[in-house]
Design a protein around this ligand. Structure first.
Ligand code: ADP
Ligand code: MG
Length: 761
C-alpha cells in the first residue's frame, strides 16, 4: 500500500523515480498523481495528423504504412524511415543508426499501430518526427502493451523532455495499484452535498478512466480540490483580517467631508452614492474594512476615495493614497488639492478652520521636501498622504493611519497592501482598493477573494462616448495620413491628443522605473520574456501581464514604433506646426511632471508617449488618442488607454493603428476593442485569450502552480459553491483541526506561494 505522501522510489522503482523527479519535479506519489493527463486518446482512433504543427511536441496514435531503410550518403550507417498514417495524412518517422537497424525493422512493421512521441519538424516538405519515442499497441512481434490497459482510453500526458507519455502512464499505474487514500482533503459533507467522488476514485478516474464520463467526473472532483483549497485560504485570510480591531471613523455632521460635498461641482452618480454609503458605514465599524471598488475607466472612483479619506480625517485619523506611478501620484496630489481648496490649507492664509494638509511622498523628492513630507505624515499634520510605493518604505510613519487607499490595485500585490497596512500600529487601518480593470466575478473571487467588492457600472452623465476605429496602416496608407490630418484638426480646435507608442526608442537597456515602478516591476518579471521589444518594459508595467497577448504573434519584422523616433518624424512632417511634447518613464521625474502639467494646461497639443498615461491620467480636454502598433498591446490595456480621452464634454476618438493582417488574431482583438466600450466584456475576452496563470500569477504569487484544471471563466458556479463551503467550514473550524488532510494541503500551498514570492523578490 502506498499513501500520497510516500516517496516514489519504492513504488515505481528507483530508475523511474529518478526520471520522474528530473523531468517533472515530482517526488511523492501525491505529486505524481497530481500530474494530470492533458487529453485522452480513444484506443484505435488515430490522431488527426493534419492538425500537427511545426515545433510542437506531440504524442500521436497512428498506423505504420511503410518502412524503408537506406544507406547514408556521406557517412557510414543507415536511415530508417517509417511512414505512419491516420488513414488520410502521413507523417515520417526517421531513425539514424550506425548499423543496419534490422532490429528496428523487425518491430516497426506495416499495419502495426502505436503511440509515437517527438517534436514535429518539416524536412524536404515532409512532416516528420526525428527519432521519436514509440510504444506499439497493436498485434505484432513487439511487446504488446494493450493488455496493460484495461480501458479503451489512453491518457496522454503533457509532453516533457526526458520522459514519454507512456513512461509516465506506467509509473502512474504502479502508483494507482498501490494507492491507499485514508485522508480525503474534501470534507465528507461537501462531497455528499455535491455528489463528488472520493479522492482515490478521482485520481484513478483522471489517469485511467473507463470512459469519457468517468474522466469528466474525476475532473470535476479534482477541480473542487483546487477551488476549495484556495477558498479556504481566502476565508482564513478574511477571518484573520476581521479579527483585528480598527478605530471606527463615523461620519461627522459638520467637517471636511461636509465641506467637500458642498464644494463638489457635480452630483454624485447613483453608483457613487451607493458605494459611498457602504464605505461610510464600514468606516464606522470597529473592524477594518477591506473593500475593492471597481469601475470603468472614468466612472469617478477618485471622488469616492477622497470622500472616504475625509471621513477618516474628520474622525481624527489619517489616510494614505498609494498610486502605481509617479505621474499618477502627482496628478492625484494636484487635483485633490484643487478640489479641497481651502479645506487642505491648514495653517495657511485663507485656510478653512477645520482644514487639513496634503503631503506628497514619491521616490524623486529632494531631501528637504522629503523630510517635510515624512514629518507631516509622522506628526499627523497631513491628514492625507499621497505617494508611490515610496510610501511603503520603513521610515515612513503615521501618527494615526486610519485608511489606506490603493489606486489601480492590479499593479500591487498583497504584500504591498500588507506593508502599508502594518503602518497603522496596534489596530488595523481600513483598506479601500480601486481598480479600473474590470474583473470578471470569478477572478474577483479568487485573486481578490479576501476583499468585498463594490462596482460602479455607470459613467457620470454628460460624458461623451468614445468612438474607436482600426487604422490598417499597411493596407491603407492613406488612412494613416488622414489620422495625422485629424490630429492637426483637433489641435486647431484647441483640444489635446495622445499618441501612444509601445517603445521609447533610445535603445538603452530597459532599466527604467527605479523610482516609482518598483512594485509594478516585480510583477512584470514573469511576463518580461514576451515583452514588446525589451525597451518597452519602460512603462508597460504588468497590467495583469497584459501585453503577453499582444506580443504573441509578432515575428519581430521591425521593432515597434518608438516615442522618440515618431516624435521626430511627426514634428518634421505631418504634425509640423503643432506643439508636440514627449513623455516616457525614463525622463527625470520633474520633467515628467512638467510635461504633464503643460499638456493638462493646454500649452502642449500632442503628447507622444509610452503607456505612462495608461492608468488614471485625467486631462478632460484630451479628445483623441492614436495608438501606434496597437496590436502590441493587450485588450484590457487598450481599453485602459482609450479611457484617457472623452473624459470631458467633447466626444472621444481612439484610433488603433496597426499593420496586423486583416482577419488574423491580432486584428480580431483590435476589432473587438473597437466594437465595444464594455470593459467587462473585454476583460473576459482578455482572460479567454491568456493562460489563467498569467492573470493570477501577476497578481498573487503561487496561484499559478495551484490551478491545473480549474478555469476561472468556465467554472464560475463551482468556484461560487467552493467559496460558500470554505467560508462555512472556516467559520466552524478556523484552524481546520478536524480536517488534517485539508490543513496539510493548505499549508503546502501557502509554503509554495511563499517560496515563489521569495524567488521573484
Ligand atoms: P476613474 O474612475 O477612472 O479613476 P476619475 O475618478 O478620475 O475616474 O473621474 C474621472 C473624471 O470624472 C474626473 O474628472 C472627475 O472629477 C469626474 N467625475 C467624477 N464623478 C463625477 C460625477 N458624478 N459627475 C461628473 N463628473 C464626475
Ligand atoms: Mg483613477
Amino acid at each position: 500500500m502506498a499513501s500520497l505522501r510516500d516517496a516514489l522510489g519504492p513504488v515505481v522503482g528507483a530508475k523511474a523515480a529518478k526520471r520522474l523527479a528530473a523531468a517533472l519535479g515530482v517526488r511523492t506519489v501525491g505529486e505524481l498523481l497530481r500530474h494530470y493527463p492533458r487529453r485522452y486518446e480513444n484506443r484505435g482512433e488515430l490522431t488527426d495528423l493534419a492538425s500537427l504543427r511545426d515545433g510542437e511536441d506531440v504524442t500521436v496514435q497512428a498506423e505504420i504504412a511503410s518502412v524503408t531503410v537506406r544507406k547514408m550518403r556521406n557517412r557510414p550507417g543507415t536511415v530508417l524511415e517509417a511512414v505512419v498514417t491516420d488513414g488520410r495524412g502521413r507523417l515520417a518517422l526517421t531513425f539514424f543508426g550506425r548499423g543496419s537497424q534490422h532490429w528496428r525493422e523487425e518491430v516497426l512493421k506495416p499495419g502495426v499501430r502505436g503511440l509515437f512521441a517527438g517534436q514535429v519538424s518539416t524536412f524536404q516538405g515532409k512532416r516528420q518526427l526525428s527519432h521519436p519515442e514509440y510504444e506499439l499497441l497493436g498485434p505484432g512481434e513487439a511487446v504488446i502493451r494493450a493488455a496493460d490497459y484495461a480501458a479503451e482510453i489512453i491518457p496522454v500526458y503533457p509532453a516533457v523532455k526526458g520522459i514519454t507519455s507512456w513512461q509516465i502512464a506506467d509509473s502512474v499505474r504502479l502508483a494507482l495499484d498501490l494507492l491507499d487514500v485514508d485522508d480525503d482533503l474534501l470534507p465528507r459533507a461537501v462531497r455528499d452535498r455535491y455528489q463528488l467522488s472520493g479522492l482515490a476514485d478521482a485520481l484513478r478516474g483522471i489517469h485511467r478512466p473507463a470512459d469519457r464520463r468517468d474522466a469528466d467526473r474525476a475532473k470535476e472532483r479534482l477541480k473542487w480540490d483546487e477551488a476549495f483549497i484556495l477558498q479556504v485560504i481566502l476565508a482564513q485570510r478574511r477571518r484573520a483580517a476581521y479579527a483585528f480591531s480598527a478605530t471606527p471613523r463615523a461620519r461627522q455632521p459638520a467637517g471636511l467631508l461636509a465641506g467637500f460635498d458642498a464644494r463638489l461641482p457635480f452630483e454624485l452618480t447613483v453608483g457613487q452614492q451607493l458605494a459611498g454609503a457602504t464605505i461610510a458605514d464600514e468606516l464606522a465599524r470597529d473592524h477594518p474594512m477591506h473593500r475593492l471598488l471597481q469601475g470603468e475607466v472614468g466612472s469617478g472612483k477618485t471622488v469616492i476615495a477622497v470622500r472616504a479619506m475625509l471621513q477618516v480625517v474628520d474622525g481624527g485619523g489619517q489616510a494614505a493614497l498609494l498610486a502605481p506611478t509617479e505621474v499618477l501620484a502627482q496628478q492625484h496630489y494636484r487635483s485633490i488639492s484643487a478640489q479641497l481648496g481651502p479645506l487642505a490649507q491648514a495653517g495657511q492664509l485663507g485656510g478653512a478652520e477645520q482644514a487639513t494638509r496634503l503631503a506628497l511622498l514619491t521616490g524623486s523628492l529632494g531631501a528637504a521636501a522629503r523630510r517635510k513630507a515624512l514629518l507631516d505624515a509622522a506628526s499627523g499634520s497631513a491628514g492625507i498622504v499621497i505617494g508611490t510605493h515610496a510610501l511603503l518604505e520603513e521610515n515612513v510613519q503615521f501618527a494615526d493611519l486610519g485608511l489606506v487607499v490603493i489606486d489601480e490595485q492590479h499593479r500591487f500585490g498583497v504584500e504591498q497592501r500588507d506593508a502599508l497596512r502594518e503602518k497603522a500600529g496596534e489596530g488595523r487601518p481600513h483598506v479601500l482598493v480601486m481598480t479600473a480593470t474590470p474583473i470578471p466575478r470569478t477572478v474577483a473571487m479568487t485573486v481578490f477573494g479576501d476583499l468585498e467588492v463594490s462596482t460602479l457600472t455607470e459613467l457620470p452623465a454628460g460624458r461623451e462616448a468614445i468612438s474607436t476605429h482600426v487604422v490598417p496602416a499597411a493596407e491603407r496608407p492613406r488612412y494613416l495620413e488622414r489620422t495625422w490630418e485629424r490630429v492637426t484638426e483637433e489641435a486647431a480646435k484647441g483640444r489635446q491628443i495622445y499618441v501612444v507608442c509601445p517603445r521609447i526608442g533610445d535603445d538603452s537597456p530597459a532599466a527604467d522605473g527605479a523610482a516609482d515602478q518598483g512594485a509594478a516591476g516585480r510583477s512584470r518579471a514573469g511576463g518580461g520574456a514576451a515583452n514588446v521589444g525589451g525597451a518597452a518594459a519602460d512603462d508597460v508595467s504588468g497590467l495583469l501581464a497584459d501585453d503577453l497577448g499582444g506580443a504573441a504573434d509578432d515575428e519581430a519584422k521591425r521593432p515597434p514604433v518608438a516615442v522618440l523616433d515618431l516624435a521626430a518624424e511627426l514634428g518634421g512632417g505631418p504634425l509640423a506646426g503643432v506643439r508636440l511634447a514627449v513623455l516616457h518613464g525614463r525622463l527625470p521625474p520633474e520633467e515628467k511632471d512638467q510635461v504633464m502639467l503643460a499638456f493638462a494646461a493646454g500649452s502642449v497639443d500632442v503628447l507622444v508617449t509610452t503607456t505612462v498615461v495608461e492608468v488614471g491620467v485625467d486631462v478632460p480636454n484630451a479628445t483623441t488618442m492614436v495608438i501606434m502598433d496597437a496590436d502590441r498591446f493587450g485588450v484590457s490595456q487598450l481599453h485602459q488607454l482609450r479611457g484617457r480621452v472623452g473624459r470631458g464634454s467633447h466626444e472621444g476618438l481612439c484610433l488603433l493603428v496597426t499593420e496586423a493582417e486583416a482577419g488574423g488574431p491580432s486584428r480580431q482583438r483590435l476589432d473587438a476593442v473597437a466594437a465595444t466600450l464594455d470593459g467587462f466584456k473585454l476583460s473576459r475576452l482578455d482572460l479567454e485569450q491568456r493562460r489563467e496563470g498569467d492573470v493570477l500569477g501577476a497578481a498573487q504569487a503561487g496561484r499559478k502552480s495551484s490551478l491545473k484544471l480549474l478555469t476561472l471563466l468556465a467554472d464560475e458556479k463551482l468556484i461560487g459553491h467552493a467559496r460558500r463551503e470554505a467560508t462555512d467550514l472556516v467559520d466552524a473550524d478556523p484552524a481546520l483541526s478536524g480536517q488534517p488532510a485539508l490543513a496539510a494541503a493548505v499549508a503546502a500551498l501557502l509554503e509554495l506561494q511563499q517560496a515563489e514570492y521569495l524567488e521573484k523578490a
